[in-house]
Design a protein around this ligand. Structure first.
Ligand code: NDP
Length: 282
């Protein structure tokens, strides 16, 4: 018997709006090469009112899985036939898979954030006082894993305080508090994590001047070719150290890849390669 083997390439994508900035295709291409997996991973721009239809069309065309990014992370919780416990608790998902039994959903954002903070950056979360800025889909996904990592106090701050309060009440943990940006004026925190999408438009957050000098570490989920606006504002305000969210992106991607393909890729070299690659574009 002769003839070339043409393995079927499983299709994956990141769905969002905007999505052009996403580095997920580059990360998953590197994971696939490193793990010897045959797949393609694309960007999928969905209309703001067309998440479900875009997912359905991708699935009908043979797609195997999706990562979900801004502003759609809250939508899969209702769409999935089999939401994980993490998704049920957070009401948000970043990973979808399609199989013969329907759609499953999971959330790897929190695992990614905790892995980056504790593993790569050497930040101790156990006993830390943490402020989470923003209460959208990404914020929802990281609350459970941050609590599980043993933070002493977790204050969720949003420009709509009712949104922050709703998030806090969904978890029902006494370490969780909620408020508007004004509460930062009298708050002492070890770590501040930016989970707002303000950075996508290079906007500053309304953080009171006295807040930053007491903060040891500022972490921005947004990433880019240079220090983000949030990192610049934190360091200029007196915060000791800051990082962008590229490490979280790589770590959450590795967890999604493992859910889809059954093998967890190594992340250190991929992180270094992507960092070097985007630095060259800056
Ligand atoms: P959502 O749209 O679900 O939520 C965005 C949140 O940011 C909302 O609370 C929104 O408030 C708030 N916000 C937006 N602009 C401002 C502003 N100017 N001032 C104050 N608050 C603001 O987005 P996601 O939660 O999905 O994503 C948030 C960010 O995190 C995105 O930039 C995304 O790229 C990034 N991210 C990075 C990851 C990584 O791996 N590095 C993983 C996940 C997310 P309101 O509802 O009032 O508009």
């Amino acid at each position: 018997m002769s003839g070339a083997v043409h393995p079927r390439r499983d299709r994956y994508a990141v769905i969002g709006n905007p999505v052009a900035h996403s580095l997920s295709p580059e990360i998953h291409a590197r994971f696939a090469r490193d793990c010897g997996q045959c797949l393609v991973y694309e960007r999928l721009l969905a209309p703001l009112d067309g998440f479900e239809a875009t997912v359905a069309a991708f699935r009908e065309a043979g797609g195997r899985g999706l990562n979900v990014t801004v502003p759609f992370k809250r939508e899969p919780a209702a769409l999935a036939d089999r939401p994980s416990e993490r998704v049920r608790q957070a009401g948000a998902a970043n990973t979808l898979g399609f199989d013969d039994d329907g759609i499953w959903a999971d959330n790897t954002d929190g695992l990614g954030l905790v892995a980056d903070l504790q593993g790569r950056l050497g930040i101790t979360l156990s006993g830390a006082r943490l402020v989470l800025l923003g209460a959208g889909g990404a914020a929802r996904g990281v609350v459970g894993p941050l609590l599980a990592a043993g933070v002493e106090r977790l204050v969720v701050v949003a420009r709509r305080p009712d949104q922050a309060a709703e998030l806090a009440s969904a978890f029902g943990d006494p370490r969780l508090e909620a408020g508007g940006f004004d509460v930062l004026a009298s708050l002492r925190a070890d770590i501040a994590v930016n989970a707002t999408s303000a950075g996508l438009s290079d906007a500053s957050l309304p953080v009171p001047a006295g807040f930053w000098p007491c903060v040891r570490f500022a972490y921005d989920m947004v990433y880019g070719t240079r220090p983000t606006r949030f990192m610049q504002d934190a360091l200029a305000g007196g915060c000791a150290e800051a990082s962008d969210g590229l490490g979280m992106l790589v770590e959450q991607a590795a967890e999604s890849f493992a859910l889809w393909r059954g093998v967890r890729p190594a992340t250190a070299e991929v992180f270094a390669a992507i960092r070097a690659s985007i630095a060259g574009r800056g």
